[in-house]
Design a protein around this ligand. Sequence first.
Ligand code: ZN
Ligand code: CU
Length: 476
Amino acid sequence: MLLHDALIVDGSGAPAWRGDVLLDGGRIAALGAALPVAADVPRRDCAGLALAPGFIDAHSHDDAALIATPAMHPKLSQGVTTVVTGNCGISLAPLATPDPPPPLNLLAREQFRHASFAAWRDAVDAARPAVNAVGLVGHTALRLRCMADPGRPATAAEREAMAALLDEAMRDGAAGLSSGTFYAPAAAADGAELLALARVAARHGGVYAVHLRDEMAGVLDAIQEAADCAHAAGLPLVISHHKCAGRAQWGRSLQTLALIERLAERQALGLDVYPYLAGSTVLREDLADGLTPIRLTWSEAHPELAGRWLADIARDWGCREPEAVVRLQPGGACYFQMCEADVDRILTHPLAMIGSDGLPHDRFPHPRLWGAFPRVWAHYGRERGLLTLEQAVHKMTGLTAQRFGLRDRGLLRAGAAADLVLFDPARLADRSDYGDPCVPADGLAAVWVNGALALDGRTPQARAGRVLARTTPAAG
Ligand code: ZN
Ligand code: CU
């Protein structure tokens, strides 16, 4: 298959150029200004379109979606060809329980039936998802598996049990460890517990992705804590969905990025970010501070209220917002808690890669689930001029592949896996928003996964994804 006369944006950040790409047997066979090929090789004319490596979602919660909805339409329709799962300490495996507590209930609760990473991997592969997956193992899942009372630090015996499960998962291809000590019950973990597990991931060449203990007043201490743990364990750190949350923190990305740059001089470190001013997670009373506009994404007690503003619900009920949160539990929400200057600074930082943090099981999800990747180019690049096309693509491909050690993905070069996205750079745009969150993006022409045509225009084609085996991340 010859992709002819495309604007080639190769994922490295290097200047784009016009040329041809030849695909063969799931790989990129050759690139060139005008490749000589036999007349019987099928060709697709790509004039006026950009051809890039398939986007890699550095931060997803797609562990269950890959199995339950293998078409993966929210991601594939953005040009995403690989998702990193198991973020924020929340992974489907290795945990089998009929009733996962928050925040694990961000994932489909009936899907917690994989007692090992290998069982989850096999279930994903059997579902034949449309995109590839890279799996992290969540610290919170390990705790719930190994601790009778997760409301306290793990004992030495419990640490060993968790370490043994993580060791097995790493041997079966997990990409590393994630944690989310922002959330109970993981918040009860002490440094010894986290370090013991990070060391296991390090031994296998994995990464450590961290939802910081605090993204508000204590954000600098929380960055330092995560960095010290990764440094002591000797593995690369990924700071998840970096943000300065809550009005009192606005502007503090100047401080957090300065600290991150200093730390990056001593250790391998990166961060992911999504291109929006609202965050989204489970419903929490402490976040209903009266200053942050909050919009309900799901509620088990009142499913019919998904999509409504918390302030309106509280007014209808004649109560205060924190009380309304209690009555809506369990549930989730969008929190409009960031300022534009911080998101601009973080997103354009050279260490920042793009992760959607999309929540695929929410009834009325944050629009990042369907729009994060096109929005990076459309809003931050084309409309506002904060990123070149090459920079935007690099943050969604080559940089991410390097962080997670995906040696043959994220770049267009001979021999690489043929994960590609073809789009119109003048038209690529997110169409989902907070009021209408499940709308596919515009401007995509085609997506290939492992060499198979996965999306043609708006029409899904082959489902050719699988769980990717871990390879060792490069230093730096
Ligand atoms: Zn998180
Ligand atoms: Cu997350």
